[in-house]
Design a protein around this ligand. Structure first.
Ligand SMILES: Cc1ncc(COP(=O)(O)O)c(C=O)c1O
Length: 392
């Protein structure tokens, strides 16, 4: 039977990883895959994660099953991290998931029981549409990014969502938009909340980079604002980046209901999605996160480690924008300083991205997305020179 199968198209980012590994040039630069890198180019295990793992090893007495929603203690600990301490917690239910992807998957599967359509920003992280398609949701794209200004085109976004139908699902990036790095301002989030309420749209907020933009609480501002105003909403969060536990597959799915009872029923429905998908989430990463969140000193130390990552990205953004200013004598790349998180679109064509790879050993995604954290400080000017050269 397998002879009937055709190989799926190769994943663009994964193909970049192998092409980069095979490149023997010593000065090659990897700006492709979306993981944080420190100044040595490593994606290290955080010290607080190591300490939590030591404690886990010393104290864990059983590896027996938790339920479909994972460890209740993890779920309790993660709610204030995302929703803050003033959260309407009686209306919020949390489920531990295999990464942010697992959360998106069960939430879209759940939403597909209520609605048929999802609005996804153009552009967005590629897996959003892939998961939506898998959940049999009809995908509509709303304009998000203005390539001419490299900033959010909020009027166009609003105009598109004005036309959405009541009950439609709307996917939003909570912070550090992937791939553009361009986020809504607080005023725009507030206007968007008005629109979501008026049009009776169901928001699904993806929060994958909390702590990588302006800070842990600052980056959750949009989620918290929407939670304080919307009757119902869904949130998918990831611990992959901010705890650096990518392969341990840890995240959470949240349901905000109109009432505590409605939230509980919705949670039970989301659990059914988990049941038929992966049954129960992996425990290790969630146990590590729980230990960190429950211990005051460890929590403070983790926040400091996260701040180190965040400020490295902010410094690189500033350094890049300044280098482009010097090289081009213009403010055309100042958006790099204003954008948030690991990613920005550098504004090259697919052809130019390929040239950057072949001629300069600079690996970035074909759409021009760069992972800023992949740069070392002393590579900034080389990178800028290469971009200016290929853009002509
Ligand atoms: C926007 C966005 N959402 C969700 C995820 C999911 O991350 P994970 O499943 O590794 O936690 C990613 C990962 O790259 C992402 O970029």
């Amino acid at each position: 039977m397998f002879e009937k199968l055709q190989a799926p198209p190769p994943d663009k980012i994964l193909s970049l990883i192998s092409a980069y590994a095979e490149d023997t040039r010593p000065n090659k630069i990897d700006l492709g895959v979306g993981v944080y890198r420190d100044e040595t180019g490593a994606t290290p295990v955080l010290e607080t994660v190591r300490e939590a793992e030591r404690r886990l090893l010393a104290t864990q007495k059983t590896k027996s099953y938790f339920g479909m929603g994972g460890d209740p203690a993890f779920c309790r600990a993660i709610v204030p991290l995302i929703f803050g301490t003033d959260a309407p917690s009686d209306r919020i239910r949390a489920l531990q998931t295999p990464g942010g992807s697992g959360a998106l998957s069960i939430l879209m599967g759940f939403a597909a029981k209520l609605t048929k359509r999802i609005h996804i920003p153009d552009p967005s992280w590629g897996n959003h549409a892939a998961i939506a398609k898998h959940s049999r949701l009809e995908i509509l794209r709303y304009p998000y990014f203005d390539a001419a200004t490299s900033r959010v085109n909020f009027p166009a976004m609003k105009a598109a969502l004005e036309k959405a139908e009541a009950g439609d699902l709307v996917l939003l990036h909570g912070c550090c938009h992937n791939p553009t790095g361009a986020d809504l301002s607080r005023e725009e989030w507030s206007e968007l909340a008005d629109l979501l309420i008026e049009k009776k749209l169901l928001a699904l907020v993806d929060l994958a980079y909390q702590g990588f933009g302006d800070g842990l609480d600052e980056d959750a501002w949009a989620v918290r604002h929407l939670a304080s105003r919307l009757p119902e909403m869904l949130v998918a969060s990831s611990c992959s980046k901010n705890f650096g536990i990518y392969r341990d597959r840890t995240g959470a799915a949240f349901v905000l209901g109109k009432t505590s009872q409605e939230a509980a029923v919705a949670e039970a429905q989301v659990m059914m999605e988990a049941r038929t998908g992966y049954s129960m989430p992996p425990d290790h990463g969630a146990a590590v996160v729980r230990i960190i969140l429950e211990d005051e000193a460890l929590y403070a130390a983790w926040r400091a480690e996260l701040e180190t990552m965040r400020s490295r990205i902010a410094d690189l953004r500033r350094g890049l924008a300044e280098s482009f200013r010097r090289r081009t004598n213009s403010a055309a790349y100042d958006f790099l300083m204003e954008s948030r998180g690991m990613f920005s679109l550098i504004g090259v064509t697919e052809e130019q991205a390929k040239r950057l790879r072949s001629e300069f050993g600079i690996y970035l995604v074909d759409d021009g997305r760069i992972n800023i954290a992949g740069l070392k400080e002393d590579q900034i000017d080389t990178f800028v020179e290469a971009v200016v050269t290929v853009k002509g």
